[in-house]
Design a protein around this ligand. Structure first.
Ligand code: HEM
Length: 586
């Protein structure tokens, strides 16, 4: 009897899979796009949690044709597989840039077709945020990233008015100040003053710069570099504001979805207790700290003679959402939205910017010739002997063209968000020059940022200074000069055609922090290279070629958690990780 019931349950379970894959197969045929069949449920909770760490093992154990299909259901496959699925599954000469993934789970659509990406991003009401975004990112309240429709439009109006040039200047100044702090800490580790210094913690320090910049320019809570070890929590608190932020952000991709009662009561003898216990305090204290800071900001602005808000995101947000206006109701943010948005600025701006800077540093040491190229520009801009503190944003930032080319090239090959996910709630039609396509309701769309960055139609041999350098795989090379238009062009930097380069997304929901990230990147690279060189320390007996292979392997061994990041560079023991050397160049 028991066996019969078990067999019936298994049969019922399998027939659901069979039903889903058959339904998805016929729906995919109606869309007009080619399809790839993978008889697997990519949305199964267990698979979503385990598949990413298991990926290298599955690659080793499974027969290649099986792995090649199943990998398409593993989060972040785009970075590892690059163009392979597009080249392999649709036959030579087809040039298909989109496909339906037919699985036993939800209907999925993947694309790097520029006409489709720009159409999808142009219509945020038809192609909405995926449910998972709210699950992880709305923990402290709904915000601009997790909302759709009118609620999103209202919040976006406030956010757009807040991130302005005053914020950019504050970001520039804070980034220079924090990078000086980093240099001070690195050189304090030198055996003799003025000599080269080595560290395996440079990447952690970069993260620290990013979080401190968000604290200073974002929340008006400027923290001197060394203060995180000196400052104690306020009375009644277990953590400082910065500690609470760091803890929450560190857990934003996983345990943050656990309910507070579970975090508070997690038994101390079980593994993971330390992490969950400090997350529990951080989850309680982050909103209280933020409310305190908001109150202080309100008092400051009430006391200020000219009524002007200070130059940080919190004060600007407060002013924009609370200033009386004709249209007050539609303009104001609720308290919940204010908290949610203050959180999302940190969550969205931290990992993305920190990882972009970390790849940039790895690329600087992998390709010293590009370091020389950047230094040439920096020296030509900063000819006079001013201190880093005196560097002036408005005079310097617009002239850092090579640094911006360097950032764009870093983002082209190591985009923090490997895809932009959207979903349809009702059936949608997409019109393109090659015909109309139809997508059913409840389809998840993935706009493939990795494939967009490697599309040979756009990037191969772009802006070569010497035609003889042309190669058949130029798009795979790190070559920042591809971003520099020929001398005499109207714009110094290449502007990619619509829908073809989306590290910051595009359309009405384009990242509002783009300029902030660009300014921070520029200031950090400027302050780092102005008087210093960075290089990788060879292991004993290692040749330059071997060091380069090690660096290539490190960047290849990336993993997409919240955003794309190199494995084994953060929080490493002193004898592990990537040892870097800084030396004074003047
Ligand atoms: C290199 C750095 C960054 C990259 C690559 C990046 C990328 C992106 C992308 C792709 C989106 C769209 C996500 C989606 O539609 O699901 C986005 C949205 C957003 N980003 Fe960024 N971002 C960066 C830095 C920042 C910074 C510094 C901030 C603010 C401090 C920020 C705040 C936001 C916000 C609030 C949204 C939601 C916008 C909306 O939905 O209307 N980002 N970002």
């Amino acid at each position: 009897m028991f066996l019969k019931i078990a067999a019936a349950l298994i049969a019922a379970y399998c027939s659901t899979f069979l039903y889903c894959i058959t339904r998805n197969f016929f729906t995919a045929r109606k869309t007009g796009f080619p399809s790839v069949i993978v008889p697997w449920d990519q949305n199964h909770f267990f698979w979503m949690v385990c598949s990413v760490p298991l990926r290298p093992h599955l690659q080793k154990w499974l027969p290649k044709p099986v792995y090649d299909r199943i990998v398409l259901t593993i989060y972040g496959w785009e970075f590892h597989e690059r163009m392979r699925p597009y080249e392999e599954y649709f036959g030579p000469g087809r040039n298909d840039k989109s496909f339906m993934l037919v699985t036993c789970g939800k209907s999925e659509f993947w694309t790097y077709d520029a006409e489709i990406t720009s159409e999808v991003l142009r219509r945020p009401r038809d192609f909405q945020q995926v449910d998972l975004t709210a699950l992880f990112m709305a923990r402290f309240g709904h915000n601009v990233l997790t909302s759709d429709g009118d609620r999103w439009a209202r919040q976006r109006k406030v956010i757009a008015s807040v991130i302005n040039e005053r914020i950019s200047k504050a970001v520039f100044d804070e980034s220079i100040r924090q990078t000086d702090g980093l240099l001070g800490e690195v050189y304090r580790g030198a055996l003799n003053p003025g000599e080269a210094a080595e560290s395996t913690h440079l990447f952690d320090m970069i993260k620290k710069i990013t979080i401190h910049v968000l604290g200073g320019a974002g929340m008006g809570a400027s923290v001197p570099w060394d203060d995180d070890v000196n400052v104690k929590p306020k009375s009644g608190f277990k953590m400082t504001y910065m500690e609470a932020v760091k803890t929450v952000i560190h857990n934003v991709t996983g345990p943050i979805i656990l309910p507070q009662w579970f975090l508070s009561n997690y038994p101390s003898f079980l593994p993971g207790y330390q992490t969950l216990n400090s997350l529990s305090y951080a989850m309680q204290e982050f909103p209280t700290h933020t409310m305190d800071m908001l109150d202080q900001e309100r008092q400051r602005s009430a006391a200020s003679k000219d009524g002007k808000a200070r130059s940080n995101i919190m004060s600007q947000l407060l002013q924009a959402s609370e200033s009386p206006g004709v249209d007050e109701k539609s303009k104001a943010l609720s308290d919940e939205e204010m908290m949610g948005n203050l959180f999302i600025f940190t969550a969205a701006g931290f990992d993305t910017t920190a990882n972009t800077l970390s790849y940039a540093v790895a690329l600087l040491v992998r390709f010293p010739q590009w370091q020389d190229w950047l230094v040439e520009e920096i020296d030509s801009i900063l000819m006079t002997e001013v201190t880093n503190e005196e560097l002036e944003y408005t005079a310097i930032y617009p002239r850092c063209i090579r640094i911006m080319a360097f950032m764009m090239e870093t983002l082209r090959l190591y985009t923090p968000l490997v895809h932009i996910p959207k979903q349809t709630r009702t059936p949608q039609t997409i019109q393109t020059t090659s015909g109309d396509y139809w997508l059913p309701a409840n389809t998840t769309l993935y706009l493939n940022n990795v494939a967009l960055g490697l599309d040979p139609e756009v990037w191969r041999n772009l802006n070569l200074s010497n035609e003889a350098e042309a190669t058949e795989d130029d798009e795979l090379r790190f070559r920042p000069t591809r971003w520099l238009n020929p001398l005499g062009s109207a714009q110094p930097l290449f502007s990619p055609p619509k829908g073809r380069f989306l590290p910051w997304s595009a359309g009405p929901r384009v990242c509002p922090g783009q300029k902030m990230a660009q300014v921070e990147f520029t200031a950090v690279i400027l302050a780092l290279l102005r008087r210093n060189r960075i290089e990788a320390v060879p292991l004993s007996g290692e040749s330059t070629e071997q060091v380069n292979s090690r660096l290539d392997a490190l960047m290849k061994d990336s993993i997409s958690i919240l955003t794309l990041q190199m494995n084994g560079v953060y929080d490493v023991d002193e004898d592990k990780g990537l040892r870097l050397r800084m030396c004074k160049r003047k």
